[in-house]
Design a protein. Structure first.
Length: 493
């Protein structure tokens, strides 16, 4: 039998574990390259060298001599560092301290950095320059989100920057359409976007420059992180103003579900837990619940249902709904803990709610990976009433940890959680439809009723823990997409 072709994929993203993380993008880009490599392909992953990256990897060797990137009126010198985390995966870290040696990735809780367009244009320019300096000719360049959406545009519209890479096939994965990288028209000059593209058919968006739109127009293929979301984003309700562009490009839009990285999220081996457990030997989960109740200062024992949420505190995640439902939730006798950071408005709101309901509702403001693991293991139910959800990872982690998700029927949540049917014993969680308090409480009440029926709960938990969201299946779908891009050649515009 003929051996299937092996590809070289150059991937670029603004965050990836273990180098830097603010959200799900880092989990995905942290896991996908190793999976692709395991299936026989070679990945060159580009990420910025942030302050938090340097704290974790202070002594990385250089991949190449420093590169001088010409910008209008001056050159910018970047260093390229190298890390080899797994066979077949080379990580190339772009170091330019003025741009990336900062306390946050994109901005503080009070606002984004003013020069984000320039920072990520610099990053994309460095990716192209480095590939050329190393003599690399990847089969596909795979960009993620607005920060790297300039890559498909440069490959088509800036042959001077792309050099021999011009025409290389590109894939842009959209992890969240709500973040588009929209900047004043003055960004044209320092992002190197040709002025001729500044019109509504091009990268202009109501008088501004929209970097994600540029990527959507010039990538050879577009993917997003779940099948449902890939359809939703072509409608005005979920398209965030770009549904027209996505409808025009519908033929090349794909939905590939994210996976769960078993090296990070596995209750049998998780080092952050006081006790490990599995579907066959679940006793450790009770110890995790005790530890979680204690960590949050919540009252009660194993018989009291414990709900949880871990999230960026952002409108998308349904926190207005949770806040409105809080008195009704507390009245049901459940316990609820939230771990989150983000919008100051929500930080203050939930801190006040927790103060009003001590011992029953608890909030931890901050980013805490170890606590996130304990929550996934120790809670009985995971509440995720998102307004929209491209894929969502925590509901998948919850399933794996036997923590029953209660989710809204939207985006990737539809693709990953099946509503429980006690009569047939099928389903993995509870799915409600309407974005209102009645909808949310309906889902919660369904869960509480099942929690009181021991056999149903055991069935539900077994179903949840058996759900398979392995990365391998997702990686194979990406490879199919790379294969079609590589074999059809890049689309010429
Ligand atoms: P999004 O990418 O929209 O933030 P996802 O559900 O796709 O949402 O991914 C969120 C990821 O970030 C998960 O790995 C989750 O555990 C993690 N996370 C979010 N907020 C926190 C927090 N405050 N502390 C620890 N981990 C967090």
């Amino acid at each position: 039998m003929k051996k299937p072709a092996s590809f070289t994929i150059a991937m670029a993203a603004a965050e990836a574990l273990p180098y830097a993380k603010s959200g799900g993008l880092a989990d995905v880009v942290g896991a996908l390259p190793a999976q692709l490599a395991r299936l026989g392909h070679r990945v060159l992953l580009f990420v910025p060298y942030y302050r938090e990256t340097r704290a974790r990897f202070p002594h990385l060797p250089r991949a190449h001599q420093p590169l001088d990137l010409p910008f209008p009126g001056h050159d910018v010198r970047v260093e390229i560092l190298r890390h080899e985390p797994a066979p077949g995966v080379s990580v190339l870290l772009v170091r330019e301290d003025a741009a990336f040696d900062r306390p946050y990735l994109y901005g503080s809780p009070d606002g984004d950095y003013w020069d984000n367009a320039g920072r990520y244009a610099l990053f994309c320019r460095a990716v192209l320059a480095c590939l050329q300096a190393l003599g690399e000719h990847p089969d596909v360049i795979h960009a993620h989100d607005w920060q790297t959406a300039l890559l498909p545009l440069y490959l088509r519209q800036r042959p001077d920057l792309a050099g021999p890479l011009a025409g290389t096939a590109s894939l842009l994965t959209v992890h969240n359409l709500a973040y588009q990288g929209v900047f004043p028209a003055s960004a044209l000059a320092y992002t190197g976007i040709p002025a001729t593209l500044f019109n509504p058919q091009g990268i202009e968006y109501y008088g501004k420059v929209n970097l994600l739109k540029g990527g959507l127009l010039y990538a050879d293929a577009i993917s997003t992180v779940s099948p449902h979301y890939s359809e939703e984003i072509r409608t005005p309700a979920f398209g965030e103003g770009l549904d027209g562009v996505l409808r025009e490009r519908a033929a090349v839009v794909h939905g590939i579900l994210n996976g769960v990285d078993p090296d990070q999220w596995n209750p049998e081996t998780d080092p952050f837990l006081p006790a490990n457990y599995s579907a066959a030997a679940p006793a450790g989960k009770i110890r995790c619940k005790e530890a979680l109740l204690q960590a949050f200062g919540l009252e009660g024992g194993p018989a009291v249902p414990l709900f949880a949420t871990i999230s960026r505190l952002a409108d998308q995640k349904g926190f207005d709904l949770i806040a409105a439902a809080m008195p009704a939730l507390a009245a049901r006798g459940l316990r609820y803990c939230i771990l989150g950071s983000g919008d100051r408005h929500y930080q203050d709101l939930f801190t006040a709610l927790a103060r009003a309901l001590p011992g029953r509702i608890a909030v931890r403001i901050g980013y805490d990976n170890a606590l996130a693991h304990l929550i996934e293991a120790g809670a009985d139910c995971y509440l995720m009433p998102s307004r929209f959800e491209p894929c969502g990872l925590n509901q998948m982690y919850s399933l794996r940890y036997g923590t029953i998700p209660i989710v809204r029927a939207v985006g990737g949540l539809i693709d990953t959680v099946e509503h429980f049917d006690p009569a047939r014993g099928t389903g993995t969680g509870f799915v409600f439809r309407d974005y209102d308090v009645t909808g949310l409480l309906w889902g919660v009440d369904q869960a509480l009723a099942a929690f009181d029926r021991r056999q149903d709960w055991a069935r539900l938990r077994a179903n949840a823990m058996a759900a398979d969201f392995s990365w391998e299946a997702s990686a194979r779908r990406y490879i199919e997409l790379y294969r079609s891009l590589a074999s059809h050649g890049a689309r010429r515009v």
